[in-house]
Design a protein around this ligand. Structure first.
Ligand SMILES: Cc1ncc(COP(=O)(O)O)c(C=O)c1O
Length: 422
């Protein structure tokens, strides 16, 4: 009818996909802390016929006929996630982490209610109450901050802030915090105020699933996550909760905030959860942290100041003022050398978000490629050389060699297509 191969049907998209595959595999070191490389079976499920069907509703209770196989897939995804995180109930339908947070809020609070969340520039996410996001517009947010000396979230400040704002909901979980989330501090704040507790573990979900980071369950009320960061799954979101909240959560996802679920994504989430249940996933998560610590030590040896002095998880936050550079400049210099990181605000940053004083560097993606501590110490050396202006072409060659040494989707020979400027 229209031909079977993407290459024949749509050369424009095919070329872009092949070029991106080439970029990921051969052209740079992927150190964005929120990214990862999914296994091939996850890609296969994402590209499956499940995309063809509407499955509004939940397993056993759909608005459309013919959903029996979708039910099977969604049940498997929910069961596996519940086991992985020790959760009573799971909703795997949120299209993204932001959608998950939107639905999670509306399952436990109403518009106008008081919420306590982190300062965005101290590691929080836009959906944790920022004014340019729905969260800051629809709810009455107040923010707790990182301690200026320890550069960590401290219990006394969190409890004091909670008493002051008397929130209905307290949110923790971060996009750029290199330390363990202090769940105890938030439990104490919730006990003092009677607030509901929500953790957004988008960044550390893989570590939590593997027991490398404390799990908020069984004590917590509601936990959201993305499925594509350390968890190494299909792109999307997920909400987990105590049994008492199950109905409210499901209603807040559909019909309140979403229509038909992306069932090909749900299938791919199920596949990644299955892979996360295998013993080697725990080894992978431990390696992510060991690699981040090796990277941190290497950078510190080269005079980089790290926020909070190191890391407990998958990322480090480097204060580039220690190298007389802005985050933006550092991001650009490193990208030119094939080292991909992102500029990031550091706590009490005086520069605006599009400039920043920091860079965030994460280890999940390159750990998936098989790199261990020695490779990350070497990457610290390459970062140092690029930032200090040593021969950029040589750094780029070293990056290339590392990519070749640690192949990614090695079974398929990528085909490079020249991009023709028009
Ligand atoms: C802590 C946290 N929550 C939520 C999100 C939002 O996820 P998404 O980009 O899938 O909407 C992110 C994304 O980076 C995040 O870091």
């Amino acid at each position: 009818m229209w031909g079977k191969d993407l290459r024949d049907v749509d050369a424009d998209v095919y070329d872009a996909l092949e070029n991106e595959r080439q970029r990921q595999e051969r052209e740079g070191l992927e150190l964005i802390a929120s990214e990862n490389f999914v296994p091939e079976p996850v890609l296969e499920a994402q590209g499956s016929v499940l995309t063809n069907k509407y499955a509004e509703g939940y397993p056993g209770s759909r608005y459309y006929a013919g959903c029996q196989h979708h039910d099977a897939v969604e049940d498997v995804a929910r069961e596996r996630a519940a086991e992985l995180f020790n959760a009573d109930h799971v909703n795997v339908q949120p299209h993204s982490g932001s959608q998950a947070n939107f639905a999670a809020y509306f399952s436990v609070i109403e518009a106008g209610d008081r919420v306590l969340g982190p300062v965005l520039a101290h590691g929080g996410h836009l959906t944790h109450g920022h004014g340019i996001n729905f969260s800051g517009t629809l709810f009455d947010f107040d923010q707790y901050a990182i301690d200026e000396d320890s550069e960590r979230f401290e219990a006394d400040h969190i409890v004091a802030k909670a008493k002051e704002h008397d929130p209905e909901l307290i949110v923790c979980g971060y996009s750029a915090y290199p330390r363990e989330i202090p769940f105890d501090a938030f439990r104490e704040a919730a006990e003092e105020t009677g607030a509901t507790l929500m953790a957004d573990i988008a960044h550390v979900a893989g570590l939590v699933a593997a027991g490398v980071h404390e799990n908020p369950f069984p004590e917590w009320d509601i936990v959201t996550t993305t499925t594509h960061k350390t968890l190494r799954g299909a792109r999307g979101g997920m909400i987990m909760c105590r049994e008492e909240l199950a109905k409210q959560v499901d209603k807040a996802v559909f019909p309140f905030s979403q229509g038909g679920p992306l069932m090909h994504q749900v299938a791919a989430k199920a596949v990644s959860f299955g892979l996360a249940q295998r013993p080697d996933f725990a080894d992978y998560q431990q390696q992510i942290v060991a690699n981040a610590q090796a990277l941190a030590e290497g950078l510190q040896e080269h005079g980089f100041r790290l926020v909070s002095g190191g890391t407990d998880n998958h990322l480090v936050l480097a204060d580039m003022t220690s190298k007389d550079m802005t985050g933006k400049e550092a991001e650009q210099v490193l990208e030119a050398a094939g080292i991909v990181v992102n500029k990031n605000m550091i706590p009490y940053d005086e520069r605006p978000p599009m400039v920043t004083s920091g860079i965030r560097i994460g280890t999940p993606a390159l750990t998936t490629r098989g790199m261990e501590e020695s490779a990350f110490r070497y990457i610290a050396e390459l970062i140092h050389q690029a930032i200090d202006g040593h021969d950029p072409e040589r750094v780029q060659e070293e990056v290339q060699e590392l990519c070749d040494e640690y192949p990614l989707y090695e079974n398929e020979e990528p085909e490079r297509t020249e991009v023709v400027q028009q």
